[in-house]
Design a protein around this ligand. Sequence first.
Ligand code: SAM
Ligand code: SF4
Length: 445
Amino acid sequence: MSSTTQTTPMAPIPLSRKPSGRADPGARTACIRTFGCQMNVHDSDRIRRMIQDAGYAEVQRYEDADLVILNTCYVRENAVDRVKGHLGELNRLRREGRVKKVALTGCIGAAEESATLQQTYDIDLVLGTHNTYELAEFVGLPTMQETYTPELPGTEGGHNAFVTIMTGCNYQCSYCIVPAVRGRMICRPMGSVIGEVENLVAGGAGYITLLGQTVDAWRHEGKRFCDLLEAVAESAPRVWFTTSHPSNMEDRTLRAIGEQDTIVKRLHLPVQSGSDRMLKVMHRGYKAERYRRKIEVFREAAPDGTLSTDIIVGHPGETEEDHEQTLRLVEDCAFDSAYIFKFSPRRGTEAAQLPGTVPDAVVQRRFLEVLRQVEQNAFARNQRKVGGVEEIYIRHGSTEDGKAIGETWSGHAVHVETNIAPGAYVKAKIESAGPHVLYAGEPLE
Ligand code: SAM
Ligand code: SF4
């Protein structure tokens, strides 16, 4: 787990149908690039199934692709800059005749700016987040049965699987473009979620991650998120969920994390700021004290568990006193990791119009101060794991240095010296720890 600048919390999940990197001679080829959060990774998985059904072979390099699909993120400006860089490169490859068609999907596709991008760059198809199914027609599928609804199944098979339980968001945080590009919340029926989880588990999935922008806001026909989580935890051998909103997080959910053996004891609960004044400006709907109380409940329920958060530094109007309060909250909550973002103005959001821009140099200093505070706490907490023996779920197979990447039940990321395949559990002793990761020796059995 990491403290980082501009990355959205993202557990890297291997995809069920891995691209081979080589296509049959004569087959049409497509290359998918994904930018942004788990929601986008999951959407890319659906896109992958569509193009494979249409007879495309997936390739890794643009120059090998007849069709390139950029599945994009719009949350911060630097995500858009990255996509522009890729579009420039694709224009060049098209001029050389090495790429035939380009499609832009995802959150940029749903934003007004996509029209300008389509004019500036040579893009054949632009799709938002609600009409991804139109890609089917574009790639030559005769009819498209499935529309983009939360019912559309995600990854099949594989050891780790995402399951979308809700889409969109009903909040209106001052800085955030998500409600504009993803729409209002739609919750998927419980039976449909459980059905998909059971199918995935029967197909070999050992780790289910429930997904949504405000996953804990899920409710359907009198049931609330905790009911759904408990039911999923009965059906799956290992379960996690992201992203939660503090206003929706119920104490009973926090207690369930501690009590249910199959739930990973890891909570991602974005706080954004430690200052009540800023939380009000951001329309977050809670005060810092209420957030602290939630964390107390979590720590009591899962004392060994891991806690991560999102923090924005430099939101318009953020004063030195507001920043001090954020530092104090970071210290009090002792996060195991945090995703720290520099405020990025998004056209169409309230914060983009607000006075009180914080100078870049001040934003940078505050960013580093928050980062340092998070890393100090995380390092100290990780040190406490050294010497212990942990049961570790292997998420990714061994890398060039012979280390696999796994996760403890407490939600700590661990590098383990093993070649064992992903999806397996091993027991190993934690030999050392850094601020972001634990290091284990060879498995004991
Ligand atoms: N729904 C989640 C929540 O409310 O916590 C977060 C979803 S958002 C895609 C992920 C994170 O990006 C947010 O928690 C926030 O910290 C950050 N973010 C969103 N808009 C931003 C902006 N305009 N500038 C900087 N960070 C931003
Ligand atoms: Fe954006 Fe706020 Fe909704 Fe999260 S809760 S997606 S930050 S509007």
